[in-house]
Structure formats: C-alpha cells, structure tokens
Ligand binder design. Structure first.
Ligand code: I3P
Length: 219
C-alpha cells in the first residue's frame, strides 16, 4: 500500500511558476471530468483543459489529503489483485474501509510507520518512507510544525498531521481486534508454537515499529 503524506502534494515553487507561466493541461481536464463532469468551470470546459495547480488543488480536496494529511494512492493485495481507485476516498470511514481491505483478514499485521509504503504478509509487516522527489530544505529562518494548516508562504506540509491521523485509524483497527478477541487468539497460538503474527511486533503503538527512509535522495 502506497500512502502519499501531507496536506498538499505540490511545492510552493510549482504554484508560483505555474502562475507566471500557466500551461493548460488537456490530460488533467480529462482526468477531472472522469471523476466529476461538473468540476471544471465554464471556461475550463470551453478550453477542455485546466492548469496543473488547479488540478492538484482540486485533487487534494476530493481525496483525504486536504483534510487528513494523507491519501491512499494504491494497494496490491496478496491474491494479486490491485487497485488505484482511491481518488475519492476522502472521509475517515472511507479510509478505514480501504485500510481494512488492504489488511484483508490479516489485521494483526496493522502497523504504522513523503509516501509511506506499507507491506505485509501473514506473519510480518513493515513501513518505509519513500519518494523524496519533492523533499527540499526549508528557506532560512522558516520554521514549520508539520501540523498547522497550510496557506501559501507558510511551507507547512501537514506530514505529522497525516501520520497522527493514520496512527489513529490503525488504533481503531487494533481496538476492534482486541474487542473481537483476535489478539488473545494470536498470542495464545504463538505461545503454543504455531506460526502466527506477533502482535507486539506489529502494533502501531509498539516500540518495535520500524519506520525508516529507504532512499538517500532527499536533500
Ligand atoms: C498526478 C499526481 C502526481 C503528479 C502528476 C499528476 O495526478 O498528482 O503527483 O506528479 O502530475 O498527473 P493523478 O494522481 O490524479 O493521476 P508530480 O507529483 O510529479 O507533480 P504530472 O502529470 O505533471 O506528472
């Protein structure tokens, strides 16, 4: 599962450049009307094109990016099926359903940990930070919280907001597991020597959580 972090997915520089030199994108207009034919303005319908920032800002608001600080980009399941159909997965309930569909009966593998890449099989799970193409140093004397709302010029990215919301959602999954008694089942089956997931090692609140960058391309 690939989760794109942050309350926005474009650099402030990209916005500024696009404002100086607006470039009309027909492909983005097409992607827009496939999801919501009413989304483009009359002028955009006439041009059959939109600018990239217009598309990106709209894209953040139809997904969970703008409100929750992350969005699911794609999932590939153990049975080989995959889905990229998460563009309008926006509410907490919709995201939770998508996370559950990734865990697919192996919800004891729930853990948290730029994009986050989540991988699990039936006994173990990991999370890696990936995709640092848009990771750049902050301008001098600019400080951000990674939590405050973004407005142009603040450079806030919402990364921690997204991470906290994700941890919160995985805690819901974990709580449901405890209520269903699945954790005690797992613990007893692992202590009886049968192969099983180690709940302690995969809990989102566990100290054993492994989150680390796998690329050194960030600047
Ligand atoms: C794409 C997505 C990518 C963006 C790409 C968009 O939209 O926002 O992040 O690439 O722009 O088309 P979608 O996921 O809805 O298909 P960058 O992050 O590299 O800007 P592009 O078409 O200009 O590559």
């Amino acid at each position: 599962m690939d989760i794109k972090m942050g309350v926005r997915t474009y650099l402030e520089d990209e916005l500024a450049k696009a404002r100086e030199k607006p470039k009309l994108r027909k492909d983005m207009y097409e992607k827009m009307i496939q999801i919501d034919p009413k989304a483009p303005t009359d002028a955009e319908h006439r041009a059959k094109a939109v600018t990239k920032p217009r598309y990106m800002v709209w894209r953040e608001t139809i997904s969970s990016t703008a409100t929750q600080g992350f969005r699911i980009e794609g999932v590939r399941r153990g049975d080989g099926t995959s889905s990229k159909d998460f563009k309008t997965t926006r509410t907490r309930e919709q995201v939770l359903a998508a996370l559950n569909s990734f865990l697919q009966g192996y919800s004891h593998a729930a853990l948290i940990g730029s994009s986050l890449l989540f991988v699990h099989n039936d006994t173990s799970a990991l999370v890696r930070m990936i995709d640092f193409a848009k990771t750049i140093p902050l301008p001098e004397n600019v400080h951000i919280t990674h939590r405050s709302p973004w407005s142009e010029g603040t450079h806030e990215d919402g990364y921690l907001l997204g991470l906290e919301n994700l941890i919160d959602l995985f805690s819901v999954i974990e709580k449901n597991l405890t209520m269903n008694g699945e954790i005690s089942k797992l613990v007893s089956s692992s202590s009886s020597g049968k192969p099983s997931g180690s709940v302690a090692a995969v809990s989102p609140t566990s100290n054993n959580l492994h989150v680390q960058p796998v690329s050194n391309t960030s600047s």
